[in-house]
Design a protein around this ligand. Structure first.
Ligand code: PMP
Length: 404
């Protein structure tokens, strides 16, 4: 049974007040909150076995190494990677994307084409633009429509034997649209192109199966799925990770070093230079355990209820427009009040204890499409309630009255 009141007790922060009002946290797409189990994993690490990993013979180092590698196995199992060395520990989605974009520099030549979508976060645009500058490859864009969906017929037209790489997000952070990545991947593979899927917004809602998707790269951040900041994972098919050169040089990623020649370690260490976020990695594993204990099917069903309720209630407000109206979307509502700047609404909502995000959400091309400076974005997690949505709706009504 899914009992939200029991679940809420797992999150100490949900008990606090903000500006004298109970916190209503609707900025989950920016970062999720942390359950006690994950906080405990962090405290346990620093209290009991803080040590550097992979190179110590002493007990603490062994213990930390075992726990860290255990976390990698949990991540492997969760995303159903075939091999644990296909999981590269990163500092987050941005790091994972930059690692792949950097690696492709030597694999692309002038005139090759790479395809991005109009629905991307800046971190899945800028590293590829930098790659194009380095390699002479050309960036093509899958356009979007008024519902905030990708125009798949245009994607078909963009694909050709020149296409080497396609990078799209699984779910848009600004609008919540779930993209048809299965079809995007199949079509890219049909012309011999590799696909990177940015799963930053999908990981809190969907249990992605990288083998079933047949995706070449999949990247996430732990902090989007109840884990800590500064840690994430890059999944890459072994054949691709073997082809890509190392991203950073340093300790941990080498086999032998001499001034004449250095050879690199095998996977995954080739991509893991330096001391990693050991505690973060272990806590990431604890977050995956926590979410799986609740169950992604239950999470998805409950969050859809929240999405439907919030959409219906917000649309009762005259002059309120929702951006991103696809039937395939997750629990994100991006909206504006006619003639009122989103920032002003966000500031007033904060006074009422309601945390929403305002602005372009690092997705300026989407805002340009709608010809707006930004939106107010309320993003719901499985620990939110309909009663909290009522507080948001009343707050938006009040803000409208004060700002009109
Ligand atoms: N892609 C998407 C879709 C995101 O929502 C985010 C985080 N807002 C990122 C990438 C970047 O994630 P991080 O800042 O954790 O690297």
């Amino acid at each position: 049974m899914f009992n939200v009141e029991t679940i809420r007790k797992d999150f100490p922060i949900l008990q606090r007040q903000v500006n004298g009002k109970p916190l209503v946290y609707f900025d989950n797409a920016a970062t999720s909150q942390t359950p006690q189990r994950v906080i405990d994993a962090i405290v346990d690490y620093y209290s009991n076995y803080n040590a550097n990993i992979h190179r110590g013979v002493h007990s603490l180092s062994q213990e930390a190494t075992d726990k860290y590698e255990e976390a990698r196995l949990k991540i492997q199992k969760h995303f159903n990677a075939k091999k644990s060395h296909e999981i590269i520990m990163t500092s987050g989605t941005t790091h994972g994307i930059n690692l792949v974009a950097s690696g492709f520099t030597s694999l692309l030549k002038k005139g090759d084409e790479v395809i991005v979508s109009a629905l991307e976060h800046h971190s899945n645009i800028v590293p590829w633009q930098m790659l194009c500058e380095r390699s002479g490859a050309v960036l093509k864009v899958i356009p979007m429509n008024d519902e905030g969906e990708l125009v798949m017929s245009a994607y078909d037209d963009l694909l050709s034997e020149k296409t080497k790489l396609v990078f799209v997000n699984h779910i848009s952070n600004a609008l919540g649209t779930i993209n048809p990545i299965e079809s995007i991947i199949k079509k890219a593979h049909a012309v011999g192109a590799a696909v990177l899927v940015d799963g930053a917004q999908a990981c809190p809602h969907i249990k992605a199966d990288v083998q079933a998707l047949d995706v070449d790269f999949y990247v996430v951040s732990a902090h989007k799925m109840c884990g800590p900041t500064g840690v994430g994972m890059l999944y890459g098919k072994e054949e691709w990770l073997s082809k890509l050169p190392p991203y950073q040089g340093g300790g941990e990623m080498i086999a032998e070093v001499s001034f004449e020649k250095t050879t690199y370690a095998g996977l995954p260490h080739k991509f893991e230079a330096g001391t990693p976020n050991i505690c973060g990695g272990i806590a990431f594993g604890a977050a995956i355990d926590y979410m799986n204990n609740i169950g992604f099917k239950k999470i998805d069903a409950y969050e859809h209820e929240l999405l439907e309720y919030a959409t219906k209630r917000l649309l009762e407000i005259e002059g309120l427009k929702i951006y991103g109206t696809s039937k395939h979307k997750t629990s994100v509502v991006s909206f504006n009040l006619n003639g009122i700047h989103p920032y002003d609404v966000g500031t007033l909502l904060d006074k009422m204890g309601v945390a929403v995000r305002t602005g372009h959400h690092c997705a300026q091309p989407i805002m340009d499409y709608f010809k707006i400076p930004g939106t107010i974005r309320a993003s719901f997690a499985f620990y939110n309630t309909k009663a909290e949505i009522d507080v948001l709706v009343e707050g938006v009504k009040k803000a409208k009255m004060m700002l009109s």
